[in-house]
Design a protein around this ligand. Structure first.
Ligand SMILES: [Zn+2]
Length: 286
């Protein structure tokens, strides 16, 4: 059973009752990790698949809960399944439109195969690479999807209020002007539509860290040690411009969202161990 705590501030996250819960969860995760005894998967039930499954782990004796707990049926890792569970997708089956800021991933393929009206995109400037990825998308979707859609999230090619749900998983930290992306997210959502966004989030910091920026000459300026994340469409990895913290919630509010929350979720049996965090932001009525 998914337990969700919707927090709107750093103070709420560090309130005594949430502190206590997080300590309990961490202890339970540590016991579970200690009892793995070399196993690299846990039995459980996937809420998206609505059936028993195995959740595959990476990281050995210290599982990386956030990046694994991969369901054997849907193939989705924990943070993606958590985001989909937060989005009330059942309500959308009656015909709502979804935008996902990825198109070559299990998350996007899952939405398509589940029959949702989903649009995905990637940021791929090289036309030859777009062709190659289009081939991949056709193969992976059995021809449901024809072509790679190239989009810059700070200048989206969609009309206003086109979507009911927007998902963005660990993309925003790679966007130099993330506030422009948030304004675009708000623009393409209908009033009351939801953005569900994951990013690496430093709950302890008092402010986001600007890791790098683009200088006047268009070159990257590093302010701290560069950090690159794995990227499904770029071999070299992708530079992180930010390590976000609580002020990101304010950036959402300034961009046109209200009811901006950091959702903290837990479902040990459902493959949501570790610190599961996602931002859920509701598009303000115009
Ligand atoms: Zn599943």
């Amino acid at each position: 059973m998914l337990e969700i705590h919707r927090l709107t501030s750093r103070e709420a996250f560090f309130a005594p009752e949430i502190d206590r819960l997080r300590a309990e969860w961490a202890a339970d995760d540590a016991r579970t990790a200690a009892s793995l005894d070399g196993a690299d998967a846990l039995d459980g039930d996937c809420a998206l698949c609505a059936q028993p499954t195995r959740f595959a782990l990476v990281g050995g004796a210290e599982p990386n809960w956030r990046e694994s707990q991969t369901c054997a049926h849907c193939g989705l890792i924990s943070r993606v399944r958590f985001a989909f569970q937060l989005a009330d997708l059942r309500a959308l089956r009656r015909g709502g439109a979804i935008y996902l800021t990825e198109q070559t991933t299990p998350a996007y393929f899952w939405l398509l195969k589940a029959g949702f009206d989903a649009t995905g995109s990637e940021y791929v400037e090289d036309p030859a690479r777009r062709e190659m990825l289009s081939d991949y998308i056709r193969t992976m979707t059995g021809g449901l999807e024809r072509r790679l859609r190239h989009e810059d999230v700070t200048r989206l090619g969609f009309p206003d209020a086109r979507f009911d749900r927007l998902f963005s998983f660990d993309v925003l930290e790679h966007v130099p002007d993330h506030r422009a992306a948030l304004r675009e997210f708000a623009r393409v959502l209908r009033p009351g539509g939801l953005a569900i966004v994951t990013v690496p989030f430093d709950v302890n910091a008092s402010a986001s860290l600007r890791r790098a920026s683009i200088g006047p000459d268009g070159r990257v300026v590093h302010h701290v040690e560069p950090e690159y994340h794995g990227d499904p469409v770029a071999d070299a990895g992708c530079l992180a411009f930010h390590t976000f913290s609580w002020d990101l919630l304010e950036d959402f509010r300034a961009a046109g969202f209200d009811a901006v929350e950091l959702a903290l979720g837990r479902d040990a049996r459902g493959g949501l161990r570790g610190l599961q965090l996602a931002i859920v932001a509701s598009r303000r009525a115009r």
